[in-house]
Design a protein around this ligand. Sequence first.
Ligand code: OGA
Ligand code: MN
Length: 298
Amino acid sequence: MPIEIAPVTPDFVARITGIDLARPLSDADRQAIVSACDHYAVLVFPDQLLSKEALVAFGRSFGEVDTSLQKKLLNHVQNRLGTDEVTDISNVDAEGKVAAPDHWQTITTVGNRFWHSDGSYKHTPIRYSILNAVTAVAHGGETQYADLRAAWDALDETTQKLLSDKVGIFWSHNTRDQLKIPDTQAERSAFPKMRWPLVRRHPGSGRKVLWCDSKVCAIEGMPVPEGRALAHELIEHIGQRERVYSHKWQPGDLVMYDNRATVHRGRRFDHAERREMRRVETVDDSCSLGPAERQDIV
Ligand code: OGA
Ligand code: MN
């Protein structure tokens, strides 16, 4: 069956059918998916509930699968899925039951409610994230995706100029601290702060992207409050409705998104309902400018 790509807008989000992701990808299909992701940045594959093994194999077709979050942090708490290559994005406890609202597993996913690009706080971030819904909730619980290329294009020239040589400092706990998620000091310092240019070019599309998310705790060369206010302004700009696609999950949906060109956030839902997703992430080969010198900026 031929792979079919149905765009949601001319250059952001496409639905892909006519392919069985549980089977090994042909080179042609793999290439078609990479090209589609370069162009649309978010790909929705309906009706593809994969086993953990098949999900990992699909991820591996696009590069090394990241395990750093599991190894550094998540294994200390709960590893229900029993593998470092699949992250448990759910409100389910170790026994498989819906976890209480104040259970660690529930609270940690609340950290996903701020706009972010997966791994933006890592030295080597994430290229593709692949989310597969096992169950979905009746109300809310959408994942929203915002287009960082369109966000750059829509900035006025003065702001583009201001940002052109700016470097942001990204920290894993910028959001978790705001939420007062009770992480330990060891967890808070597991990933040192990283430096990234706020304007980058996507290698696959050649388009410039506004590289800013909720992990930005300071902008170099600016007083801390000024930098944080600017980051806040940019995130508001990025999240404008006309550049956002909201995905309402059905069980079996698989969404693959390019973290180099998008940010995303989870939306609120009733934690009494079971929401269970599995995530595989591939390692990107771009590197941050290095650890931030001023580790004291928070
Ligand atoms: C993620 C994430 C949002 C959601 O898994 O990386 O941000 O809606 N998820 O669960
Ligand atoms: Mn995420």
